[in-house]
Design a protein around this ligand. Structure first.
Ligand SMILES: Cc1ncc(COP(=O)(O)O)c(C=O)c1O
Length: 406
């Protein structure tokens, strides 16, 4: 039985007021709130376990190492990776994509091609542009249609022996559109030898991820969008792919033997985990995985999809309101504007006065905004603790904003 009040009671922050009104937190695509179980694990790490990992023979160091490696195995199960050493701790999706784009540098040459899509977050655009600058490779971008849906016939046209990387997100953060990554991966495998990178920042909080079934080379996501602390994230990489590529950062932890003549590198995952990791955060990410697993993906998704359907239908009752990608298969996000009211942040500020947190602006996806010829949208995004009553408050708030700004 899904007991929303019981879920909400696990998030102390949801009890606070903002501007004298109960907080209605609908900015989950930016970052989710953290359940008490995650905060307790984090706190417990610093109050009882704090020590550096992997390098001490003393008890605390060993306990901290065990807890962090246990968390790695929880995440391995969470994404169904074949091996725990394919799970690399990072500080988030941005770092994961930068890492991958850096270690692929030697694999690309002038006029090779990297395929991304119009729906990407800047962090899945800029690192690839930087890779193009380093190598002379070219970027090709799968366009979208008016519904915000990828036009995959362009992928068919783009794929060739020149394609070295295909990197797309599973869910768009700006629109909530769910991309057919299974189809994208199948087409890519059939028509090229490209490395396949999936940006799972907006899918990992909502979907059951199975990296073996997907057969991608890399899958990256952020912990803080799925109930874990900020500064946590995961890069999954296939064993044979990671083993064949060079390290990213050099430093402590990532070496086998270091001398002035020659340094050899550690095996996976440590080859990609130079320096002191975010031990407390990484352990707390394991607790966030426990939180999601306890609720169960189907329960979580059913609730979030019901919230989205309800929010969309209620918002569309408002005259002169446009929902972007209205007809697309979506999850977790409704992105909209009030016609005639040019600045989404004006709407966001009025909602904030009512205690309602939404995101406004371009959502780090300027190409999408350019496509729709707008500066930004108002984005409400949902998590498991949101309620239908909160959506009613959002709708009332948007109506009020419309009255005030018209
Ligand atoms: C689809 C997508 N990719 C990448 C990112 C970047 O994530 P982070 O800022 O956690 O590195 C985000 C963040 O909003 C995102 O939504």
């Amino acid at each position: 039985m899904f007991d929303i009040q019981e879920i909400r009671s696990q998030f102390s922050i949801l009890n606070r007021e903002v501007n004298g009104k109960p907080l209605v937190y609908l900015d989950n695509a930016a970052t989710s709130q953290k359940p008490n179980s995650v905060l307790e694990v984090w706190n417990q790490y610093y109050t009882e376990l704090n020590a550096n990992v992997h390098r001490g023979i003393h008890t605390l160091s060993q306990l901290a190492t065990e807890e962090m490696e246990l968390s790695r195995r929880k995440i391995q199960n969470f994404i169904n990776a074949k091996h725990d050493f394919e799970v690399i701790f990072t500080k988030g999706t941005t770092e994961g994509i930068n890492l991958v784009s850096y270690i692929l540098t030697q694999k690309l040459k002038k006029d090779d091609e990297i395929i991304i899509s119009y729906l990407e977050h800047h962090s899945n655009i800029v690192p690839w542009q930087m890779l193009c600058e380093r190598t002379g490779a070219k970027l090709r971008v799968i366009p979208i249609d008016e519904n915000g849906v990828l036009q995959l016939d362009y992928l068919d046209q783009f794929l060739s022996e020149k394609t070295k990387v295909v990197s797309v997100n599973q869910v768009s953060n700006a629109l909530g559109v769910v991309n057919p990554i299974e189809e994208i991966i199948a087409k890519t495998r059939a028509n090229s030898d490209a490395y396949i990178v999936i940006d799972g920042a907006q899918s990992a909080p909502h979907f059951k991820i199975d990296v073996q079934a997907l057969d991608c080379d890399f899958f990256v996501f952020s912990g803080h969008k799925m109930y874990a602390p900020m500064g946590t994230g995961i890069l999954y990489g296939k064993q044979e792919v990671l083993e064949s590529l060079p390290p990213f950062h050099g430093g402590g932890e990532m070496i086998a033997v270091c001398s002035f003549d020659k340094t050899t590198y550690a095996g996976l995952p440590f080859k990609y985990e130079a320096g002191t990791p975010n031990v407390g955060g990484n352990i707390a990410l394991g607790a966030a995985v426990d939180f999601i697993s306890k609720i169960g993906h189907s329960t979580l998704q059913n609730h979030e999809n019901a919230l989205l359907a309800y929010a969309q239908s209620k918002l569309l009752e408002i005259e002169r309101l446009k929902v972007y990608a209205e007809k697309a298969n979506r999850t977790g996000v409704v992105s909209f504007n009030l016609k005639g009211i040019g600045i989404s942040s004006d709407v966001g500020m009025i909602l904030d006065k009512m205690g309602i947190a939404v995101r406004t602006g371009h959502h780090c996806t300027q190409p999408i905004m350019d496509f729709f010829n707008i500066a930004g949208t108002v984005r409400a995004s949902f998590a498991v603790y949101n309620t239908f009553e909160e959506i009613d408050l959002l709708v009332e708030g948007v109506k009020k904003a419309q009255r005030m700004l018209s």
